[in-house]
Design a protein around this ligand. Sequence first.
Ligand code: PLP
Length: 219
Amino acid sequence: MSIEANLKSIKADIPDEISLVAVSKTKPLEDIMAAYETGHRIFGENKVQEMVEKWEKLPKDIEWHMIGHVQRNKVKYMAEFVGLIHGVDSLKLLKEIDKQAKKYQRIIDCLLQIHIAEEDTKFGFDVNEVNEMLHSNEFKGLENINIIGLMGMATFTENEAQIRREFKQLKSLYDTLKKSMSELSILSMGMSGDYRIAIEEGSTMVRIGSSIFGARNQH
Ligand SMILES: *Cc1c(COP(=O)(O)O)cnc(C)c1O
């Protein structure tokens, strides 16, 4: 199927109030433009340099989301334009985002990535670490970042019960934090293989790549 048809069928499959990030990592500009022509505007990349190159060449009304692990020394390249950073996993990174955002007089929206998967290769805060950070004075002093939600990736497994359990854990943390942080509105969970489960478990934003653009060769 074509990118247009894939996008259409995914949009028909997810409720209107769920945001869709079309994950275009490794894919060429033409593929992004094919999705853009249908009216889609939110795209996700996992490498800063690749996102910057695409931002330079593509229409400026695209909203770029950084969904991958971010190295602190790369933040400066995207601070001017990035729409949402999903993978914030340390206070050090948050401080760097704050510093770079200041240079452009911006407030950059961020999600805290929470470690919910079994694999220890996936980045993110442990559930306990998050509270500690949110209550620290250092965090409270940051003025150019805005934490608007949480992001998580479930274990890559066929075991649906496990995936569901991990998403439930993230949703529960989200609900708890929301009681004291009214600005939280995004729960970014769900990819091509597990977005239906994620939505059932309370996701508000799904990040879908291969089901829209086809399989990737790298990454
Ligand atoms: C690549 C990626 C996705 C999309 O994965 P698909 O399985 O192709 O839908 C979603 N989230 C993150 C963090 C990714 O790196």
